[in-house]
Design a protein around this ligand. Structure first.
Ligand code: 3HC
Ligand code: NAI
Length: 693
């Protein structure tokens, strides 16, 4: 049963009970309709209260049912709301905790609404690439006025019920026992005999047309790759200009149109993918987790400082350890400077800055980190340095503490082997800047225990990271894939493209930044150092040498004022460099390659399919446990366009058969390991399936 029914003091109580958030799936919709019918037939019932069990009134339509036949099965949410509106006995919605999307729409179809304080109210459909499709765009403007309603619908943002107390949405805010208050309210409503409906109200605004035009322009500029926000404005405009029922019909048609857009599919994939990433197939949800109340960070450089800030922000004390006082002072000063900058921008009060800094203890002594529950190492990327640090940690830190490494390229199993407690060792691969970037790759060593993994996933949520589990391999999920992408970018230069064309093509596809602008930002010397190391480990590896030539010229990127592009002092804009372009052309001649005109389409295909093919190999090897994990890595760590949904979803959208054809085509005469088709793609393409099926 996903809906409970009982009668109390002459009031029928219909309680949505569909965990986790009372999504209005088919069975729940049926339950509400049955409850209203039962109440109608029962002479002892004078009014109805609809509420939700557990942690929500309702989180809206059941997202898990989207694109399944059940979503379209009657009674639709529209039908449910029509039945509620038509009830001869007054219906009161009693809101608490969360009332969102279809949940709020159902409440707005009721004759009255009462709420507990602190209820999160939202029409967040736009965040899923949709618009409220069960009357929300028509009823909310009638309830609270055009401007605040449009703001809520277009942003999808949550507003607390307290802020809406006098907005016209609620008939009463009940501080105390919500159910008792709602029942008393319903009894009074039955007494009054009134059954007011939001559909009967007019939309309030003095200059609706001017406001809507202004809103349309603003929204169109802000949401250029997403169709939903503008459609939200269209639908709200209908609330002003059309009859209620026509407005509802119009809203419905826009909702269905949006449901089938690739952008909505991508956003829904990302929403579910983020939650799915937190679930590790062989680690049960009730795996015991350890308390993490004290954190230690080893190394106060670029990464160590940013990593520490995450915990300080979340209220967790951090001890940061360095080898030399100077490095320690520099690291602490950088953390303070970052906070001060936030304060200057008005994002943080000075009081908060001091509060956070007070949680930070700098030290040069391992004695001060003995009691840490979690230690994160972020020292130089050299196995020898990692070895000495982990051996020392093993000696000093209390048993049961988690020992994590932020290594980006080294073997986590090897690092674990430096300790006598490999079960407590895990990779926590943060991305730079570590206090800003959402992604955290949690690298599961061969011996990492399940409770360590569960604890790290829990703590990741606390510091607001999107944590994705990766197995141990060179580069883990993200960097292993980007390696193939980067190599293709290099080959494209050798064959005839220039950095600007490659960057522009992939940025037009939607990437935040192309590979060459990105290299200049991060520092081309980082990749150069990795390539030198790899050249020793894997002399057979093929890659374009233009990047090496560039670094030999000292073009490390923005920090040296020159990289793939030229830079002017105090200006981050990339200007095409004639000297570099000539170097690239010379390099082609040296290789005996006749440069050709390369289309933007080929550039995008080669870069993105190189990611996809490697992603498929990563899945097949079990380095990532699901395709959506790979996509979450790319959406949150690599600037992959959210409106596309990640490389693996993109491949599904194009069709794996087509991806395979292209990979096979490139396997003939094009350089790079990227073009050995992943057996997983071959299998799925043959079965007519996608990665996400
Ligand atoms: N349907 C089904 N399941 C949902 C859901 C929904 N609408 N909303 C959340 N869930 C699930 C999540 O998938 C997650 O499941 P899991 O435990 O198996 O991973 C669980 O509820 C808890 O979700 P969160 O981790 O996000 O929990 P929080 O407590 O942090 O947040 C929330 C709860 C505020 C409800 C948040 O989940 C949220 O914002 N949900 C999306 C709400 C939404 O977009 N609703 C609109 C749906 S579209 C619609 O209603 C169409 C209509 O207009 C016709
Ligand atoms: P960094 O050079 O900025 O900082 C390293 C710090 O460690 C220095 O301050 C140094 O004094 C300190 N240190 C060195 N040996 C130490 C020891 N034995 N004990 C204590 N402190 C010691 O380097 P960065 O960039 O912060 O990198 C650190 C780690 O993070 C590396 O493993 C790197 O691969 C990884 N990483 C780096 C990313 C980046 O973008 N910079 C991204 C993700 C991971």
């Amino acid at each position: 049963m996903t809906v409970e029914y009982k009668v109390q003091d002459g009031v029928a109580l219909i309680t949505l009970d569909n965990p986790p958030v009372n999504g209005l799936g088919h069975a729940t919709r049926l339950g509400v309709v049955a409850g209203v019918a039962r109440a109608a037939d029962d002479d002892s019932v004078r009014a109805i209260v609809i509420t939700g069990a557990g942690k929500a009134f309702s989180g809206g339509a059941d997202i898990r049912e989207f694109n399944t036949p059940k979503a379209a099965q009657e009674p639709s949410l529209h039908t449910v709301i029509r039945i509620v509106e038509a009830s001869a006995k007054p219906v009161v919605a009693a809101l608490h905790s969360v009332a969102m999307g279809g949940g709020l729409e159902l409440a707005m179809g009721c004759h009255y609404r009462v709420t507990a304080p602190g209820t999160q109210i939202a029409l967040p459909e736009v965040k899923l690439g949709l618009l409220p499709g069960a009357g929300g765009t028509q009823r909310l403007p009638r309830a609270i006025g055009l401007e605040p309603a449009l703001n809520m619908i277009v942003s999808g943002d949550t507003v607390m019920s307290d802020a809406l107390a006098d907005s016209g949405l609620f008939d009463e805010v009940i501080d105390g026992d919500l159910l008792a208050g709602a029942i008393a309210f319903a009894q009074r409503a039955a007494e009054s005999g009134k059954r007011p409906l939001l559909r009967e109200r007019k939309v309030a605004h003095e200059n609706a047309e001017g406001f809507l035009q202004f809103a349309r322009n603003t929204v169109a500029a802000m949401a250029k790759n997403f169709p939903a926000p503008v459609k939200c404005v269209d639908a709200v405009q209908a609330a002003v200009q059309k009859r209620f029922d026509d407005g509802i019909q119009y809203e419905r048609s826009l909702f269905i149109e949006l449901m089938y857009t690739p952008q909505s599919r991508a956003l829904r994939h990302a929403f579910l993918g983020e939650r799915a990433a937190a679930k590790i197939p062989d680690v049960p949800e009730d795996t015991p987790v350890c308390k993490v109340e004290r954190v230690a960070v080893i190394g106060a450089g670029t990464m160590g400082g940013g990593i520490a800030m995450n915990f300080l922000n979340a209220g967790i004390p951090v001890t940061i350890l360095e080898t030399k006082q100077e490095a320690l002072d520099r690291g602490v000063a950088t953390i303070r400077k970052n906070y001060e900058n936030s304060a200057k921008k008005g994002k943080l009060t000075q009081e908060k800055v001091e509060e956070r800094m007070a949680r930070l203890t700098p030290t040069l002594s391992y004695d001060d980190i003995r009691d840490a529950d979690l230690v994160i190492e972020a020292v130089f990327e050299e196995m020898g340095v990692k070895e000495s640090v982990f051996k020392r940690l093993d000696e000093v830190v209390k048993p049961g503490a988690i020992l994590a490494s932020n290594t980006s390229t080294l073997d986590v199993d090897r690092i674990a082997s430096f300790t006598k407690r490999p079960q407590d060792v895990v990779g926590m691969h943060f991305f730079s800047p570590a206090n800003v970037m959402k992604l955290l790759e949690v690298v599961r060593g061969a011996k990492t225990s399940k409770d360590v993994l569960a604890t790290v996933m829990r703590i990741a949520k606390k510091i607001r990271k999107t944590a994705v589990v990766s197995g141990v391999c060179d580069g883990f999920i993200g960097n292993r894939m980007i390696e193939q992408y980067g190599r293709q970018a290099g080959f494209l230069l050798d064959e005839g493209a220039l950095p600007e064309q490659v960057d522009k093509a992939i940025e037009k596809f939607g990437f935040a930044m192309g590979p060459f602008r990105m290299g200049d930002l991060a520092g081309n010397d980082i990749g150069w150092a990795i390539r030198k190391r790899r050249a020793v480990e894997r002399p057979d590896m093929t890659y374009s040498k233009t990047g090496d030539v560039l670094c030999e010229l000292g073009h490390f990127g923005q920090k040296t004022g020159a990289g793939w592009y030229d830079y002017k002092a105090g200006d981050r804009k990339a200007y095409p460099s004639q000297a570099v372009n000539e170097m690239i052309e010379q390099h082609s001649r040296d290789l005996g390659i006749k440069r050709r005109k390369i289309s933007d389409e080929e550039i995008v295909e080669r870069l993105v399919y190189a990611l996809v093919n490697e992603g498929a190999k990563i899945l097949e090897e079990g380095i990532a446990s699901k395709a959506s994990d790979v996509d979450m890595v790319y959406l949150t760590g690599y600037g992959f366009p959210l409106f596309v949904g990640g490389p693996m979803l993109y491949a599904d959208t194009v069709g794996l058969h087509n991806v395979l054809q292209a990979v096979r085509r490139y396997s003939k005469g094009y350089r790079g390991e990227a073009w050995q088709p992943a057996p997983l793609i071959e299998r799925l393409a043959e079965q007519g399936k996608g990665f996400n099926d």
